[in-house]
Design a protein around this ligand. Structure first.
Ligand SMILES: [Zn+2]
Length: 263
């Protein structure tokens, strides 16, 4: 598994290719029977680069990281990483300082010339969330509705001054709410204690978190991976809410940020 092809560049040597691919010359020969007796290799020839087996290890989670990021970097799917760390099944978030198990895995050989290493070649797991060029951009969660009934910041509600960590977007009950970015569902549940009503919370691969609240329906399950634009709920009026709207909150490592600053 995890074989990659590589076109030999002028000046390449077998040992140089092997080193860059993270394999031994013997492994390189084994994957390319035509090289068995060769000591040099011609430019333009296409070689199979065997996968590299990486041993199991432990990893201490750093500030702002989450399981999605760590899995991608390790060449694992999120499912594989969670299977090795069952206490994080079901969408439980991981915090900085936690030690997680990275299981042994086979990853594709690195390809590229001495000057360039193409990161795309490292990807092996098609089921891992794809880091597409659009994944970093923020999608407005309710298409066509841009009227804000309550801005981010200090406000007075029911005679009490409070901080409003998000924006209230006016939209009819039932309007589809879409994931602003790809990520993992941290919460999908009723949270009437804190006034959110039915709410969905997503974590994104770089430490951002988004909350969608007062929903009439939740369309994503806790622990599920969602892609940017995927419907995750419907606008409603549940919880502490005075009319149909979407409360949309954005946080960087749980520090609130004004969603409108991201668009
Ligand atoms: Zn709100």
């Amino acid at each position: 598994m995890a074989a990659t092809s590589y076109r030999v560049q002028p000046g390449d040597t077998l040992s140089g290719i092997a080193v860059r691919a993270g394999v031994t010359v013997a492994q390189l020969r084994a994957a390319n029977p035509a090289l068995r007796d060769a000591n040099s290799v011609q430019a333009g020839r296409v070689l199979n680069l065997p996968g590299r087996v990486l041993p199991a290890t432990r990893y201490r989670v750093k500030e702002g990281e989450n399981l999605t990021v760590i899995a991608q970097r390790a060449g694992l799917t999120l499912t594989q990483l969670v299977r090795a760390n069952p206490k994080y099944a079901g969408g439980k978030p991981v915090w900085a300082g936690a030690v997680i198990q990275i299981p042994a895995r086979t990853v594709a050989a690195r390809t590229g010339t001495a000057a360039t290493v193409r990161p795309a070649a490292i990807r092996v797991n098609s089921s891992a969330p794809a880091p597409s060029s659009s994944s970093g951009r923020w999608l407005w969660p309710v298409a066509g509705y841009h009227s804000i009934s309550s801005d981010y910041g200090s406000r007075v509600l029911d005679g009490v001054r409070e901080m409003h960590y998000g924006v209230d977007i006016v939209a009819p009950t039932g309007t589809l709410v879409r994931a602003a970015r790809s990520g993992r569902v941290l919460e999908s549940r009723p949270d009437f204690d804190r006034g959110w009503g039915w709410t969905v919370v997503l974590e994104h691969p770089d430490g951002w978190i988004t909350r969608y609240a007062h929903l009439s329906a939740n369309l994503a399950k806790q622990g599920e991976l969602v892609t940017r634009g995927q419907p995750i709920g419907r606008v409603g009026n549940t919880g502490r809410s005075t009319g149909p709207h979407l409360h949309y909150g954005t946080y960087l490592r749980w520090n609130p940020r004004d969603p409108l600053s991201l668009y």
